[in-house]
Design a protein around this ligand. Structure first.
Ligand code: NAP
Length: 246
């Protein structure tokens, strides 16, 4: 019997992370659901993944802390013996103009959005290189490409993810490991629900298809990028934004 692939998705208790977990489960991939605070949300993700008959586990861990990442990886290997797919999705915003931005808010965003990926990719690369197979997907953002007023910290973290993706793609290509980034535009989740109607209307004007994206749209793209059909794609940043970044 062929062993199922195993995917670790960080920040999978809601939003885009949950949609990615469910879409990969639908493709017969075992799922490791990481969350930080929202256990109920992680359990809901697991419930929706289980429908597809795969094995899934829930692992708590603050991915900005190296010791938490270490223990999530240790437990994952204990339970599954391998990690084939890593999706770095955990992310936060702490918006504000740079001129008045507190160092704490700059640091926190960089630690959760960028250091987390450094810690996870370091461990995943070792496991994947040994197995001569791996797929890493990093969730960046359109603002990592274009910048955005009020998001100097967030856009720095998302641009950093793009640089790391490209470097690691080059480092690991010969081991059959592919590393790509996804740059979503405006996707309807808790993260974007905070924005008021005026901001949303203004954003819509910038989106050629004239509607916001759904978390499921990102799930489908991740599912393609981890498939064998996408094995010749590495080091890329794929925009998924209704044309916002044209
Ligand atoms: P969300 O609904 O706010 O969900 C964020 C997820 O990240 C939650 O599951 C949360 O877990 C987890 N998380 C936060 N800090 C964490 C930490 N320290 N350790 C582990 N998990 C942590 O956000 P989303 O919209 O789905 O965003 C997901 C990713 O897409 C983020 O990287 C975001 O920057 C990116 N993105 C989103 C959009 C958009 O329009 N929504 C656009 C571009 C890029 P807990 O709730 O359990 O703490």
């Amino acid at each position: 019997m062929v062993k199922r692939r195993v995917a670790l998705i960080t920040g999978a208790s809601k939003g885009i992370g949950r949609a990615i977990a469910i879409r990969l489960a639908q493709s017969n991939i075992d799922i490791i659901i990481n969350y930080n605070n929202d256990l109920k949300g992680a359990e809901e993700t697991q419930k929706q993944c289980s429908v597809y008959g795969i094995k899934s586990i829930i692992l708590q861990g603050d991915m900005s802390k190296e010791e938490d990442v270490d223990s999530v990886f240790r437990e994952s290997i204990d339970q599954f013996g391998k990690i084939d797919i890593l999706v770095n999705n955990a992310g936060i915003t702490r918006d504000g103009l740079l001129i008045s931005m507190k160092e704490k808010n700059f640091r926190e965003v960089i630690e959760v959005n960028l250091f987390s990926a450094f810690y996870t990719m370091k461990l995943a690369a070792r496991i994947m290189a040994k197995n001569r197979y791996g797929r890493i997907i990093n969730i960046s953002s359109i603002v990592g490409i274009r910048g955005n007023p009020g998001q100097a910290n967030y856009s720095a973290s998302k641009a950093g993810i793009i640089g790391m993706t490209k470097s690691l793609a080059k480092e690991l290509a010969s081991r059959n490991i592919r590393v790509n980034a996804i740059a979503p535009g405006f996707i309807e989740t808790d993260m974007t629900n905070k924005l008021n109607d005026k901001v949303r209307e203004k954003l819509l004007e910038e989106i050629p298809v004239k509607y916001f994206g759904k978390a499921e749209d990102i799930g489908h793209l991740v599912n393609f990028l981890v498939s064998d059909e996408a094995s010749y794609i590495t080091g890329q940043v794929i925009s998924i934004d209704g044309g916002m970044n044209i």
